[in-house]
Design a protein around this ligand. Structure first.
Ligand code: DGY
Length: 317
């Protein structure tokens, strides 16, 4: 029987597809392992199901001599040194599609929460400041008619665009290629990054984290945005230089931000937690019962297929 390591005690039944098929060792909750320690755990394992918070680097892979498959419980795979895995012939898989709608819905939710000042409004009530209806109390913005720049129109960026288009927003997008079908469906127009930064009312990030997208949004890019513009990130934190963003927000250089992901998770720049015009959530983009359970099933199927020498549902390398 193949030996498997799972880095999180998933809820009952989520990994039931593995029952009787593999021998499983599960890492207890809140046990944070160094690369050396994780490598040790993987030493005699044939496969692993890992989280996006598990860094699978060269140190881990050097120790994991028997490893044949890494089944990542996420669509993003920037936590894994893909080149090193490839060199060793290790199959890496991920879990796209099932989480697209959940993440897109959260993105739309964050946009409305930010532009209609929902968190501030709740705080206002909670502090007993509501003394009566006033014409200019807690004014915000409407999405309808706003120009939204989507950075990256893969699965999630496309779904976010569809939803925003249906709500009356005008879509422009930044992507390496022109997407004709997408343009037809959403009336979106392709623009370069500078154009989007200069003109968009709302910018939403849906790119993968790579060497090229690391700090794609830095001090210079933030300075090109309109003073009233909002920045949304449900992709990966390191696509934005978080301290540059905190400065831009503190100094009123942009209108606000809604962030589900952070550069140094689980750490968050303390300014971002204090500012009124910032909405933050702890990386919950795919956190629906349907998506997270579905991701577990796909992670199991990917793992079993790869171990059986079959093509997994979603293979990265
Ligand atoms: C992913 O899958 O990459 C998300 O960030 C978490 O679901």
């Amino acid at each position: 029987m193949h030996k498997i390591y799972v880095t999180y005690p998933f809820p009952d039944g989520w990994l039931s597809l593995l029952n009787g098929k593999v021998e499983i060792e599960v890492q207890p909750k809140n046990q944070f392992l160094s690369s050396n320690e994780l490598g040790e755990r993987l030493k005699n394992k044939d496969g692993a199901i890992v989280l996006l918070s598990d860094k699978i680097d060269k140190t881990v892979l050097n120790k994991a001599k028997n490893l044949k498959v890494i089944s990542n419980y996420a669509v993003g795979h920037d936590n894994i040194d893909i080149n090193e895995a490839k060199k060793r012939g290790i199959i890496v898989t991920n879990t796209p599609d099932i989480l697209t709608n959940a993440t897109a819905e959260l993105t739309v939710c964050l946009i409305f929460t930010l532009i209609r000042r929902i968190i501030e409004s709740r705080e206002f009530l909670r502090l007993g400041k509501f003394t009566g209806w006033e014409p200019d109390l807690l004014l915000g913005y409407e999405l309808k008619g706003k120009l939204v720049g989507i950075l990256g129109v893969g699965r999630i960026g496309t779904e976010v665009s569809r939803k925003l288009h249906a709500l009356g927003a005008e879509i422009v997008y930044y992507d390496s290629s022109k997407k004709k079908e997408f343009e037809k469906e959403t009336e979106a127009k392709k623009k370069d990054l500078k154009w989007i930064l200069n003109n968009a009312d709302i910018i939403s990030i849906h790119l993968p984290l790579t060497k090229d997208t690391h700090h794609l949004i830095d001090e210079k890019e933030l300075s090109l945005m309109k003073e009233t513009a909002f920045l949304i990130n449900t992709g990966r934190g390191s696509i934005i230089n978080e301290s540059a963003l905190a400065d831009a927000l503190r100094l009123g250089k942009i209108g606000g931000a809604a962030l589900d992901v952070f550069e140094h998770e689980p750490g968050v720049n303390p300014h971002l937690l204090r500012l009124k015009n910032v909405v933050v959530t702890p990386h919950i983009g795919s956190a629906t019962y349907r998506a997270r359970k579905g991701m577990a099933e796909i992670a199991c199927k990917n793992l079993l297929a790869a171990l059986e020498g079959e093509e997994p549902l979603y293979r990265v390398v």
